[in-house]
Design a protein around this ligand. Structure first.
Ligand code: CTP
Length: 399
């Protein structure tokens, strides 16, 4: 099910050149299943039209004219009652000041006063206006009241200045909206550590031994945990992916680095989706190994078993530990052995030889095995859906 299905989101757009980016945000929200009602301020309409938003949301967009139209006595109150979330992006210094003071002189600000849902604000203004004590004080007031402030980002501003004032990218705002909507989810107040990606074991300053893991399944698990309201630490080996917004990211390279990172965390659950190396070069050459010196003989040694090290320190680190088993044969049998030997609460088994599952692809075919002997074999599904199922079980195991 799309993440924002049945969610009513109000998107307020105010007068900044960044208003064009709000169309992308509206489109992303609509594509994620939300009912998006857009309210444009008078100055927003100098930059962008209601038609732009209507075209991407499939719903009418509202302006101050509607404040005095037929629905006058109900529109803002109705919005206030049904909205799951109000996001104002871009939010000018003027609208920020009005929100902080409770001024309600246009459809957007009157709606903000009537709405009791979470408020997310993405400021956009020139650098000097953002750092002005009046703006900073207004932001503080709004934060104290529980508003989530996203950005602004640093960069080139319309005035030619370089500094903080650019509206955050729609993808970043979208990530924070997920967090705002998920904050009372079933993992609210829980800390989940997720590992992802394939570790890289250095041979010399240039070369590494690694594996085909893309990190997709682990990143999807981290996102699903965030959507369920968890505080997430994502320990990741190098991948081409952008980490989910809101996760605390710890970048590691080798299995040794991942081991240190995992052992320095503790929390409610550890989900070890990473493809950590089993073997690592015994020595790492200080200088690049030269071709003229002949074909190198690489001596490998056993890498640390991270889950083994965690098991040795339990129960002090994590209440629930979930591992993965990437297998090319006897899937369930091997997974069951690992579940036991690594003292896991649950193991996610996947057949890496299936073309529609395992490394790099967006789908997965997984089976869950539990410490109490039960099993759940799932059909082909997206890695996002598999991640949601893993998170449902994590929450159940933590009960
Ligand atoms: N794992 C780990 N430390 C390692 C290697 C793997 O903690 N050095 C974790 C993985 O993150 C995964 C689980 O152990 O959650 C199983 O990994 P897998 O590679 O399937 O199994 P191994 O124990 O490494 O055994 P084998 O490679 O022989 O199948």
């Amino acid at each position: 099910m799309p993440i924002f299905s049945n969610k009513h989101i109000l998107l307020g757009v105010t007068g900044s050149i960044a208003a064009y980016k709000a169309a992308d945000l509206a489109s992303k929200l609509a594509q994620s299943g939300a009912w998006v009602d857009v309210i444009l301020s008078a100055s927003a309409q100098k930059f962008i039209t209601p038609l732009t938003f209507q075209s991407v949301t499939g719903r009418r967009a509202y302006t101050d004219q509607d404040l005095w139209g037929n629905e006058a006595h109900v529109l803002h109150v109705g919005f206030g009652k049904t909205a799951d979330l109000l996001v104002i992006a871009p939010c000018t210094a003027d609208t920020l000041a009005k929100l902080a003071q409770g001024i309600a002189d246009n459809l957007l600000t009157v709606t903000a006063l009537a709405a009791h849902c979470p408020l997310v604000i993405a400021p956009a203004m020139d650098g000097g206006m953002f750092t002005h004590p009046a703006t900073q004080q207004n932001l503080e007031t709004l934060k104290k009241r529980g508003a989530v402030i996203v950005g602004p980002a640093e960069g080139h501003l319309a005035s030619g200045l370089v500094g903080a004032g650019r509206m955050s990218e729609p993808s970043e705002i979208f990530g924070w909206l997920r967090i705002a909507l998920g904050k009372n989810g079933k993992l609210a107040g829980k800390k989940i550590v997720v590992t992802a990606g394939g570790t890289q074991e250095a041979l010399d300053p240039v070369r590494v031994i690694t594996n085909h893991s893309s990190g997709k399944q682990g990143y999807a698990v981290a996102q699903a945990a965030l959507d369920a309201g968890a505080q997430v630490c994502l320990i990741t080996a190098p991948t081409a992916l952008t980490p989910p917004v809101g996760a605390r990211v710890v970048q590691v390279k080798s299995v040794g680095g991942m081991l240190d990172a995992v052992l320095s965390e503790s929390g409610d659950a550890l989900i070890m989706a990473a493809a950590a190396a089993d073997f690592t070069p015994q020595t790492v050459a200080k200088d690049k190994i030269k071709k003229r010196d002949g074909i190198p003989q690489i001596q490998l040694t056993a890498a640390a078993d991270i889950l083994g090290a965690v098991a040795a320190r339990q129960p002090s680190l994590f209440r629930v530990v979930i591992g993965f088993a990437a297998e090319s044969q006897n899937l369930l049998e091997h997974a069951a052995e690992k579940l036991k030997s690594k003292k896991l609460n649950m193991i996610v088994a996947n057949d890496i030889l299936a073309s529609d599952a395992g490394f790099a692809v967006d789908t997965n075919r997984v089976a869950f095995l539990f410490a109490n002997g039960t099993q759940e074999i799932l059909p082909l599904m997206s890695k996002t859906e598999a991640a949601e199922k893993i998170i449902e079980h994590t929450s159940r195991l933590l009960e």
